[in-house]
Design a binder for this molecule. Structure first.
Ligand SMILES: [Zn+2]
Ligand SMILES: [Zn+2]
Length: 82
C-alpha cells in the first residue's frame, strides 16, 4: 500500500519559462516581473494536488483528501509516513 502522495507539477513561468521551487515564488514572480494582478497570477499558478492512493482521485488539499479516504474507503487514519 502506498501513502497518499503530494505531487508538485513543474513550476515553470508560463510567460518566460523560468523555473521555481515553490508556487509562492512563481506567484510573486508573475506579479512583480509580468505585472499580473493577484487573480491573474493565481489562475496561472500550478495547483498542488493531493492524490488518493486507493482510487487516484485528486484533491486540492490534505483536508478534503482525508475526508474522502475516511468516507469512501472506510479508513479512520491515513497510512502516512510509516
Ligand atoms: Zn516569467
Ligand atoms: Zn479514494
Amino acid at each position: 500500500m502506498t501513502a497518499p502522495r503530494r505531487t508538485n507539477p513543474a513550476l515553470d513561468c508560463p510567460r518566460c519559462g523560468r523555473n521555481f521551487t515553490s508556487g509562492r515564488g512563481l506567484f510573486q514572480h508573475l506579479r512583480r516581473t509580468h505585472g499580473l494582478s493577484s487573480a491573474e497570477a493565481q489562475a496561472l499558478r500550478p495547483k498542488t494536488v493531493w492524490r488518493c492512493a486507493f482510487c487516484r482521485q485528486e484533491f486540492r488539499g490534505n483536508g478534503p483528501l482525508t475526508r474522502h479516504v475516511q468516507t469512501a474507503h472506510q479508513l479512520t487514519t491515513l497510512p502516512l509516513g510509516h
